[in-house]
Design a protein around this ligand. Structure first.
Ligand code: SF4
Length: 322
């Protein structure tokens, strides 16, 4: 149905939780991406199905905790190849009709900063036309401070209101710290101030919409002032998600590792302070295998240096041509 320009491989299975894929452009194998087919443990696919896709080949941001930029950045993934990632996952489960899935979450949150890629908006419009009642797209952004990203976010507001009203869209800001200088060293590009994110979040929310998620890493070295967050963000508009930092190469190198499955006391305390300020708080429970490493953003694609040779060596993963 779409002009598919890449070859994809099923790299690894985490039974009952996730299938990990990598893909390379046929015309340029240096353009590699990763995508994931995931379930919430114990929840049937018909109730909730999560597909995580890449929006760039690598990432041009280079956050201090993420391995997406470990490989050389090779540009935006076109809409047709974003859709191909989704179709590859759907095709792997012919027994499940995506039109009957209660919550089909498509998370634009593997490799790449989505607001740099107008193809993400095209992919959203194409998905909206597919007639999937449970479709719930989710976009995570560091909120780059540049005209293309600002234009993207304005158009996203329109797309959400037109095609995904009533809580069928999730927007996430990667906040991580309330200290502007530390945030700049963590996310090494110019980004919106917290105030600008807060103002946008207020404009974003319409009756029935999902609250905007503020992602906050729990690493103890990252300064975090709950009162400052409350000054800027309205708890009637935003929910806070506290997240561990998995053992990526960069997080380890940068001393940011904070790898837990059950939240430590300090994380629970942070949650209760935020709750006392009126915020709803989600403590993000990772998959068991996430804590062991190897499945965080950017790690899947960089886990095999040469995919084609690895496949020829018979190392046990399938080829799927899309
Ligand atoms: S966290 Fe997102 S924006 Fe930052 S390097 Fe990773 S993929 Fe890029």
């Amino acid at each position: 149905m779409y002009g598919l320009g890449f070859e994809s491989w099923h790299l690894r299975s985490i039974p009952g939780i996730a299938e990990l894929y990598a893909a390379e452009r046929r015309d340029d194998p240096t353009r590699r991406l990763e995508f994931i087919d995931a379930l919430d443990p114990g929840v049937p696919r018909g109730d909730k199905w999560v597909i995580m896709v890449s929006t760039q080949y690598g990432c041009c941001v280079g956050c201090a905790m993420c391995d997406a930029a470990e490989r050389r950045f090779r540009g935006n993934v076109p809409a047709q190849d974003i859709l191909a990632q989704i179709r590859t996952v759907l095709a792997a489960h012919p027994e499940t009709d995506p039109r009957t899935v209660k919550k089909l979450k498509v998370h634009f949150a593997r490799m790449g900063e989505p607001t740099f890629n107008q193809g993400v908006l095209e992919a959203l419009e194409a998905l909206a036309a597919e007639g999937l009642p449970g479709l719930l797209p989710s976009i995570s952004t560091v909120a780059p401070d540049c005209p293309p990203s600002a234009a993207f976010l304005e158009r996203l507001l329109e797309v959400k209101d037109r095609s995904f009203p009533g809580g069928m869209f999730q927007l996430q800001f990667s906040v991580h710290t309330t200290d502007a200088e530390v945030r700049r060293s963590l996310i090494p590009i110019r980004t919106w101030t917290l105030e600008r994110m807060g103002e946008y979040a207020r404009r974003w929310l319409r009756p029935g919409d999902r609250l905007v998620t503020l992602n906050v890493l729990s690493a103890p070295g990252l300064p975090f002032d709950p009162a400052r967050l409350r000054e800027v963000f309205d708890p009637a508009v935003c929910v806070v998600k506290l997240t561990p930092v998995h053992p990526t190469k960069r997080a380890t190198r940068n001393g940011l590792l904070d790898d837990w499955r059950d939240p430590p006391e300090r994380v629970k305390e942070r949650a209760s302070v935020l709750e006392s300020l009126g915020f709803k708080v989600i403590i993000n429970s990772p998959w068991p295998e996430e804590t062991a490493g190897g499945v965080s953003c950017g790690q899947v694609a960089s886990s095999v240096s040469d995919i084609r040779n690895f496949r020829k060596s018979g190392s046990g993963f399938e080829l799927s041509n899309v």
